[in-house]
Design a protein around this ligand. Structure first.
Ligand code: CP
Length: 386
């Protein structure tokens, strides 16, 4: 059951928050957005969801091309990008990174220039190699902006991080929207367990747990991070999470025990990620273009994961959460039977779908705010024309 506010109230709030301040903004890391900016984005996403559920077309950008470039697999983010562009009246095109000339040495800046000269928005997923993805995005954005400036174009082409090595901002913002809906009284004081969980499928990126601890510590939550030895996150993310928790009046604690993290938690977010040292070795293999070594490292990571098969979200652990009824979250896809038991996953299935669906509205909100200078006026006209 949704408790969405009425459209006029959301429009009024958006005007008060000054959504026009987000004009021209790209989304590269949530930590680069202030709390008022995040609040504005969340309000806009909420409004766009209400309008969509009410069947109000929000076709702000007809005849535009919204391109997304994926260097990794995706179900949810890819379809959220396409769904967002289509609802905004633009044409979505999703390009497989391996089908571009990047593998032949085309630079990120040149790629950005080439895509940006044709497109009106660009999304990128580049998440597999630490130290590379976010840098690629910034260089691509620089390529776009320098090209547009050189031809005197005032076209705004925002870049949206669809998951990099540091953060997965459209995911964590979707997670935040879902938490706001589930805890309308506020998140301050709520306890969230972000824990590692066993996966036999692949060495998953570090960006989701890093994104979670550097976003949700900003709202006064008590975040417990749990992982086995050797699965640490980057020192920068850990230091930032500690400092943000301190500023917000929340807390940030590290434990080696999944049970300790789950104890009386309000929300649990158990998911896998790759062993840190091997993820660093992958950087060298990637830079040297050693595909065989890359695959060997993947095998070693999965072998290391095997040592921690008992890190699973199961009925016993869920029973130890607050009232035995914590909100179970996962960015998906989850390894059923490994990261989480089939029973826990089945009970959460619709909640997980609702969590995932928020990403569509986050992407719509980022693009609408970045590209439409008269956004409140245009949304009011569209809403009132129904
Ligand atoms: N959670 C998430 O980003 O899903 P996809 O990898 O399917 O996009």
């Amino acid at each position: 059951m949704s408790h969405a506010k009425p459209t006029p109230e959301l429009l009024g709030r958006l005007a008060d928050l000054g959504v026009e301040g987000l004009y021209g903004r790209s989304l590269l890391l949530t930590r680069e957005w202030s709390l008022p900016e995040l609040e504005t984005l969340a309000t806009l996403a909420e409004l766009l969801e209400v309008l969509d559920r009410d069947g109000v077309p929000v076709d702000l950008f007809p005849n535009e091309l919204h391109l997304a470039l994926f260097f990794d697999s995706s179900t949810r983010t890819r379809s959220s990008w396409a769904g967002a562009a289509a609802r905004l009246g633009a044409r979505p095109v999703v390009v497989d990174g391996s089908a571009t000339q990047v593998g032949h040495g085309e630079t990120a800046e040149e790629t950005g220039t080439m895509l940006g000269m044709n497109a009106h928005a660009l999304g990128i997923r580049h998440d597999l190699v630490l130290g590379e993805g976010n840098r690629f995005m910034r260089e691509a954005k620089s390529g776009i902006d320098r090209y547009l400036e050189s031809v005197g174009s005032r076209r705004v082409v925002p870049l949206v991080n669809l998951q990099c090595d540091i953060d997965h901002p459209t995911q964590t913002l979707a997670d935040w929207l879902w938490l706001r809906e589930r805890f309308p009284e506020g998140l301050a004081g709520r306890t969230l367990a972000v824990t590692w969980a066993y996966s036999p499928s692949y060495a998953k990126p570090l960006s989701v747990p890093q994104g979670l601890i550097t976003l949700l510590t900003r709202f006064g939550m008590h975040i417990r991070l749990a992982h086995p030895e050797g699965y640490q996150l980057t020192p920068e993310s850990m230091e930032l999470a500690a400092s943000l928790a301190n500023e917000s009046g929340g807390s940030f604690d590290l434990t080696r025990s999944m049970d300790e993290a789950f104890d009386a938690a309000d929300v649990v977010y158990p998911k896998s990620w790759g062993p840190y040292e091997l993820m660093l070795e992958r950087v060298e293999a990637s830079r040297a273009g050693e595909q065989t070594r890359f695959e060997e490292i993947e095998g070693q990571a999965l072998a290391q994961n095997q040592l921690h098969r008992d890190w699973i979200c199961n009925e016993e652990r869920m029973a130890a959460t607050r009232s035995g009824d914590a909100l179970y979250m996962h960015c998906l896809p989850a390894d059923i039977g490994d990261e989480v038991t089939a029973g826990v996953a089945a009970r959460a299935r619709l909640d997980l779908a609702r969590q995932a669906n928020k990403k569509l509205y986050v992407i719509m909100a980022v693009l609408a705010a970045a590209k439409e200078p008269e956004l409140v006026h245009r949304l009011r006209v569209l809403a009132e024309s129904r």
